[in-house]
Design a protein. Sequence first.
Length: 156
Amino acid sequence: MTSATPTPDAPTAGRFEGREHILPVRVYYEDTDFTGVVYHANYVRYFERGRSDFLRLAGVSHTDLLERHDPAAFVVTRMEIDFRRPAKIDDALQVITTYDQVKGPRLFVAQRIMRGDDLIATAQVSAACISLDGKPRKPPAGLVDALRPWFCKDEG
């Protein structure tokens, strides 16, 4: 499902370790508030990058999904975030993502942000696959097939 060929200068999409996708993220000045701590809304951006790069590395391209004869996209329907510790300017973080299962149009995702051994934040995310007119639809078969190796064994 991927149409893009990586080049030597392409940004990394992270890596897989077992079922987990790990995306390194650096905290830049623009990510912080006046105290040098990551502004809370930016964690949502880090989690989004983790989910998107998981899909990209698994062979699922958002562009390809939109260019299908029956286009599909995703919307987040629920996100629960627990903030544990502050991340700060210049921190090297890892966004760790697992796609746990698909039920009908919904995908269930567990995420956490780590700084070394320190747990910074966790998120439980539900996303729905939709048609371009906003109606729920089952994800395309190719997407489910691409993600199947990473689902929980008892649920995928």
